[in-house]
Design a protein around this ligand. Structure first.
Ligand code: PLP
Length: 497
């Protein structure tokens, strides 16, 4: 709802002043009030033109001529209802009137129709400042002071020994797996409930993924499934060369338990914390518990460099080798010398400048995303049958995405239908990740369920929903999401008793 102080006029004001006010505010509407401040009518450009055509002069007072009462709403009217009233009356603006008849705000169609996106980037003013400094110093290359500083600052913030900034999280997973020794024909354990970027690098290396189900409480990898996969691999005499864990929707898996199991089999762990930068597990930062950790700064992540990633590890030699492989494997010679086939995976100094500004705000971004989740949870508790993703007892989630499960026993609407209905209101929601073992790309790969006969990540995919969660989401945008879900649940009579 927008403020109205600049668009209130009384009958004594001249038509000329009204035209100037319309021009100056750009609001395309004025609210004519009486001496007690009560709304008499709305005034548009067209109304003023009609007065002039009817013989009034520019300096005549507007007056308080009789007029049909304007379409109004009370402060408690939901945004969904306001939008429907606008449609019904063919209007784009709707005054909000208190009990005494005084205008207290205004709804605008353009405002209510503005898309609410799932997780758009959230940049502030320091980003531009830091980028300008990088441009002014002409450090536009994949080297430079911001790059080094970004690596140091991130390593320090999460408590990792070393860090190297890369062109993407996917590149970091690729290098990480290669440096953990994954080779052609190896097997790699990987959660099925993830974005494809966790698993693609396994294929880059000619290795074979073994997918693992999710735990029904935390949604992160099931240690039951992991134990069974290890048992079978051991019996076959082909233990996996590495294990990838994923911090799902901002929540770390139980890294201590996973690392303990992996240590028993001498299997190194790569921690894909692309979605869980800022989360903790056992008091440590997500991404710093496995041998190698990976972060992503893709545009939809909790902090972004538009595109980018970071590989972290306490193993300094491993990180140095990652840096070497990321820079075409160039040897430290005065000429261009190359001994290994490598990659162009370095982040640019300009993007690192954005990253540094973003990193300063990580704590507040986490707090905002958590507050957004809490609001969804409390405000939809009685009106929407959603079982929210639980916060696991071993850590703190960032709630990168607010995720929950539609309760099949209470609602007949599917998660895909809800996504569609929300998109009709310009709200972007998504179903939970489609599991990797369901992807045509990974057809034929092994998959271990949480328990025999129960595939938890299929349940998550069939009923899971992720709601808009960006830290730059306004309160009003969150109201819209909440009210639209309530309205969809009520008006479609899909709620079961
Ligand atoms: C779990 C997970 N892993 C890896 C990635 C890949 O990161 P990037 O997009 O930076 O390559 C993403 C997201 O993009 C992700 O969600």
């Amino acid at each position: 709802m927008l403020g109205i102080d600049d668009i209130l006029v009384d009958g004594g004001v001249s038509i000329r002043d009204c035209l100037e006010r319309l021009d100056g505010t750009g609001r395309r509407i004025l609210l004519l009030i009486d001496e007690q401040g009560r709304l008499l009518r709305t005034i548009t450009d067209g109304d003023l033109r009609r007065l002039l055509l009817g013989g009034c002069r520019l300096d005549d007072p507007l007056g308080t001529a009789e007029h049909d009462g304007p379409v109004i709403v009370s402060p408690g009217t939901t945004l969904v209802e306001c939008r429907r009233i606008m449609d019904r009356h063919g209007i784009d603006q709707l005054p909000v009137i208190d009990d005494a008849g005084r205008p207290v705000g205004m709804h605008h169609r353009a405002h209510l129709d503005r898309p609410v996106l799932l997780s758009p980037p959230h940049l502030g003013s320091t980003e531009a400042l830091y980028v300008q400094e990088a441009i002014d110093s002409n450090w536009i290359a994949p080297a430079g002071p911001d790059l080094e500083a970004f690596e140091e600052e991130l390593a320090c913030m999460v408590g990792a020994g070393h860090a190297v900034a890369l062109s993407s999280g996917t590149a970091a997973i690729h290098l990480g797996l290669r440096l953990l020794g994954v080779r052609n024909g190896d097997r790699v354990l990987c959660p099925s409930m993830t974005f494809v970027a966790s698993a693609n690098p396994i294929l880059y290396l000619g290795a074979e993924p073994i997918f693992l189900d999710s735990d029904p409480m935390s949604w992160t990898v099931s240690t039951n499934a992991m134990a069974r996969a290890l048992e079978e691999s051991k019996a076959e005499g082909r233990l996996p060369a590495a294990m990838i864990t994923v911090g799902l929707y901002g929540q770390s898996p139980d890294m201590e338990q996973i690392c303990r199991i992996c240590e028993e089999h001498d299997i190194p762990v790569l921690e894909d914390a692309a979605e869980s930068l800022g989360a903790t597990c056992g008091g440590r930062s997500s991404g710093t518990i496995g041998r190698v950790g990976v972060y992503s700064f893709n545009g939809n992540k909790i902090i972004t460099t538009s595109g980018g990633g970071m590989l972290v590890s306490d193993d300094g030699e491993l990180v140095e080798e990652a840096r070497h492989l990321a820079t075409q494997g160039r040897e430290p010679k005065p000429w261009y010398e190359h001994e290994v086939c490598a990659y162009n995976y370095r982040m640019s100094n300009i993007l690192a400048a954005i990253g540094r500004a973003q990193l300063e705000k990580l704590g507040s971004r986490v707090a905002i995303r958590r507050a957004i989740f809490d609001r969804y949870e409390s405000e939809l508790r009685t009106d929407a049958p959603i079982d929210w993703m639980e916060e696991a007892p071993w850590g703190t989630s960032t709630r990168w995405l607010s995720a929950g499960l539609l309760r099949a026993d209470r609602i007949s609407m599917t998660n895909m239908q809800l996504v569609q209905l929300l998109s009709e209101h310009n709200i972007e929601a998504r179903p939970a990740w489609k599991p990797m073992h369901r992807q045509p790309l990974f057809e034929g790969c092994q998959y271990f369920t949480h328990e025999p006969g129960r595939s938890v990540c299929d349940e998550l995919f069939n009923r899971g929903i992720c709601l808009p969660s960006s830290s730059n989401m306004s309160n009003e945008q969150q109201d819209r999401v909440i009210e639209t879900i309530r309205w969809v649940c009520r008006s479609t009579s899909r709620l079961r008793a």
